[in-house]
Design a protein around this ligand. Sequence first.
Ligand SMILES: [Zn+2]
Length: 117
Amino acid sequence: MSILIFYVMSFNRGWMCRSCGLATFRRRANRTLLGGWWGVAALGIPVVLLIDRIRLRKVLRLAPPQPTPGVAAELPAPLDPGQPVLLRPGAIVAGAVLALILLIVALGVWAADAPVE
Ligand SMILES: [Zn+2]
């Protein structure tokens, strides 16, 4: 998430089941897409999201979570992964930002091609 020229990068390290890992990825990706577009750090968003998505492959290879007899879990139940990232509000914000960038580029190209009077 970036705020003007400042930005915050945080990491989740630890043991997670498939559901909790997927839920964490989706929640964090949505938060990045919602608020990460301010400042120069926005240039790194596609790279960060791509790296996170590559790391998610490891989580998705896990079997669905099963209770282990005799082991007390930290959470009463696995986290709900919820909706895919593209169906969350962050995807709408990202789409609007990309549309705005394309519009600015198109206007720039159009202005450069316009005949000078
Ligand atoms: Zn879990």
